[in-house]
Design a protein around this ligand. Structure first.
Ligand code: 2HA
Ligand code: ZN
Length: 267
């Protein structure tokens, strides 16, 4: 097995374990994809077997010839943690970006199919490629805290979610200064949820999907997980205060402004 691929498997396995331990990956919930086009050499690529081409519902020309590691359909994060190779598939788009095929080692049995969220993942990677953005990892999980928060109609609103997040602890202003994007409910696994998400990715790297979970794009998976974890922890502070019977006082606008002035003085 090539070293680079082994490393990606390891990192996906590690993050899959975090998602399972956090309780954000019940059953086959959550999915992960990584653009590995720049990591695989021509020789390695040519040594792999491949399936037939499958048509994509939408063509993604900027992804022509690109290669992704993506969680397999039905895979459980707790299993991906133990056996990353069994729960992941490598896919390659054709030169026009309108079809994909599954790549696999000649020794492997029938390769698994990609996750039901592949349309949203590819729509996001297509956006990142078109915009020449540096992010390569897309992480989605059923983050309990974000699902619970968006059951409160007060928080089906991006501005209110961000005011809350920034007010609860300094870390959210430090690490998510642009705030999170909020996507009203869409059917899971649809191109529609992908399209609504890329609109928000123009300004945000962290997305809350109403009553479904969270999605984060980052340069690598560990960093994507860090941000997801930060959002969940921050919302958990809110719920803990409410459960203890009081509304959190929140940092004041001045305190949040001072944090911004200290850490982002030029903005
Ligand atoms: O893969 O998380 O959104 C299952 C899901 C669908
Ligand atoms: Zn989901």
């Amino acid at each position: 097995m090539d070293e680079w691929l082994e490393e990606q498997y390891k990192s996906i396995g590690k993050v899959a374990g975090y998602l399972w331990n956090k309780g954000w990956a019940e059953r086959n919930a959550g999915n992960i994809s990584l653009n590995v086009t720049d990591l695989i050499s021509h020789e390695e690529r040519d040594g792999l077997s491949f399936s037939f081409f499958y048509q994509l519902e939408k063509s993604m020309p900027a992804l022509g010839g690109q290669i992704f590691l993506i969680t397999a359909s039905g895979s459980r994060m707790r299993d991906v943690k133990e056996h990353p190779k069994r729960g992941l598939c490598l896919i390659e788009l054709d030169e026009t970006g309108s079809m994909y095929r599954i790549l696999y080692s000649g020794k492997a049995n029938r390769p698994p199919f990609p996750t039901s969220e592949m349309p949203s993942h590819l729509t996001i990677h297509h956006f990142l490629a078109r915009e020449r953005r540096p992010e390569r990892a897309v992480l989605h999980a059923h983050v309990t805290e974000t699902i619970a928060l968006t059951h409160n109609t007060d928080f089906k609103n991006e501005e209110r979610i961000n005011s809350l997040l920034w007010s609860l602890q300094p870390e959210t202003t430090l690490f998510i200064p642009e705030g999170v994007g909020f996507v009203p409910f869409r059917i899971p696994g649809s191109y529609d949820i992908g399209e609504a998400t890329i609109e928000k990715l123009k300004k945000h790297k962290t997305i809350i999907w109403e009553k479904h979970g969270a999605l984060v794009i980052e340069k690598n998976l560990e960093e994507a997980f860090d941000i997801m974890d930060l959002v969940a922890k921050t919302i958990a502070i809110y719920f803990k205060c409410r459960m203890a019977g009081y509304k959190p006082e929140g940092l004041s606008k001045k305190q949040i402004g001072d944090i911004r002035d200290t850490f982002f003085p030029s903005e």
